[in-house]
Write a protein that binds this ligand. Sequence first.
Ligand SMILES: [Zn+2]
Length: 557
Amino acid sequence: MKKAILIFSVCFALMSCNAQKVESSNSNDVSVSETKNPKLIVGIVVDQMRYDYLTRFYLKYGDGGFKRMVNEGFNCKNNHFNYIPTKTAAGHASLYTGTTPRYHGVIGNNWFDKTLNKSVYCVRDDAYQSVGTSSADGQMSPHRMTTTTFTDENRLFTQMRGKTIGISIKDRGAVLPAGHTANAAYWFRGKNEGAWITSTFYMNALPKWVSDFNASAVANNYLRTWNTLYPIDTYTESGDDLNNFEDGFKSKSTATFPYDLKELSKENGGYDILKSTPYGNSLTTDFAIAAIEGEQLGKDDITDVLTISFSSTDYVGHNFGVNAKETQDTYLRLDKDLERLFNVLDAEVGKGNYTVFLTADHGAPYVPAFLNSQKIPGGLLNFNDVKTDLNSLLYSKLKVQDLVLKISNEQVFLNHKIIEKSNLDINSIENIIINKLLDYDFVNKVFKGSVVNNFAFQDGAEYLLKNGYNQKRSGDILIVMESSVFSDGPWNKKGTDHGSGYAYDTHVPLLFFGKGIKKGHTYRKTEITDIAPTMSALLGISFPNGATGMPLGFVLD
Ligand SMILES: [Zn+2]
C-alpha cells in the first residue's frame, strides 16, 4: 500500500510539472514512465514509397532500419490515402492536419487559383524573403494550408515550449508538416549553392549550427560515384539495369550504373543532381542529426516534434520508375540512413523516450510502357492537347474562344468571366466538355465539381474525389483516368508519376515505434488522415482543428 501511495505521489508530481497525458486512474497500473509523454516525436515521410517497397526489399534490409520499426513497433499493412489527387503537398498537409484537401485546402503542388486567375505553388509566399540563399527559393510559408497540424496543436498545448523543426530536400515537404507555428523549416537549395535554407517566415538569419553545416564539405562529399551498395547481380527484386523505361541523367547515354555524380552535376543542375540519388536522403539524415544536436531536441520533458521527409525517393522514382535497380538501391541505402538516425535517437534522446512514425505522401504506378510490355493496360494522355481539343469544340458550337482556361491536377477550370460576359449557360458548356472527355480511351469517368461536392459515396473513386474537392479552390470538372494512365509531359515519357486514387497511388506503409506504441500489425484499413489524431491522442493534446481522421487506438499502449 505504501508503495502504491509513493508511486501515486511520484506520478502526481510528474503530472503537475509536465501537465500532459495521464490515462489511468488506477495507481497500480501506472508506472512512472507511463505518466510522461515522449520527449520527441519524429515524423518520417518517405516520398513516393509504395507499401510493397517494404515487403519487396525486406530480405535485403538490415535489422536497424525498416525492420526495426516492423519488429519493435506496429505495422498498419492496409493504410491508404483517402482522396484524389495523391500529390506531395496534399499528402504532407493531409497526414499532419488529419484531414483532406476538402478541408485543409492544399489541393495539389500547383493549382490554378480562381481568384488570382493564375497558377500558384502550394507554399510560395512573396510576403517573405529567402534566408541562406540569394535566390527566391526561400520565399515560402504554409499560408495556403487553412487548418492546423498536430505539430501546431503541440505548440499551443505546451505554451510554445515544445519545439517543431521541419526538414526536407523539398520546400513543401519541410514547410507543411511543420505547420503554422514551427520554430523552423529547412529545405535544400541545389544549383551552385548546395545549402540548407529557410524563409523569413521563421527567422531572419540561419542559426549557427545550420551555417556551420552549410560551410562544411558534407554536400560536396556526396558528389561521388553512385554505384550499387551490394553487387548488382544480387538485386533480384528489380528489373534489368538497361531497359527502355528509365530517363536517367543528361550527358549519360544510358540509365545504368555507375553514375559519376561530380561529372554529371555539370549538366544536371550542380548540387540538384543529389536530389535524384540516394545521397539526397543521406544528406537529409546528416542534417536531421545536426538538428537534433543543434536544437537540443528531446532533451527535456516537453515534447518536441521533428518532421523529416526523405524526398530523393520521389525524384529517383520519377526518373527511373518502380522496377529499377536505382530504386532498389535507393531504398537499401535509405534503410541504412534510418538505422543511423535511430541510433542517434537512442544515444541522444534515449531508447523508450521517443516515438517515430513512418509513412509516405503517395505511392506510384509502374511505368506505363513497362506495364504495356507485360500486357497490362496503361498509358499517357497529353492534357495540353485535350485543352486545345475542348476549346476548338466549344468555339465551333458557341463561337467563343478560350472557354477552358486550364487543366491542372486532372481538373478543368472554366473561364467564368467570359461565360458571364457572353451570357452563356455554364451547365450546357460543362455537358459538352463531359461528353467530349468521355470519348478519350484513357478517360474513365468525368464529373461536375458541383456534383462531386454533394456525393454521398463511402468508397471508390467517388469517395476519394469528394475528399479531395475543395469548393473554393477545385476545378469545375473532375476527370478520373483509367488505371496506370497519367499526364504526358516532358519528364513523363519514361519513369513514373502519381496522383490517382488507384491502389498503387493510395497504398503506402504506416509504421509506428517507440514510446507509447504497441507491438503488432493489422490488416484493418487505416487512412492517412488517422495519423495526426493518433499522435494527438498519444500526447493528450487537441486534435488538429479540421481533423476528420480517427485515432488508431489499437496502435497505442
Ligand atoms: Zn512525385
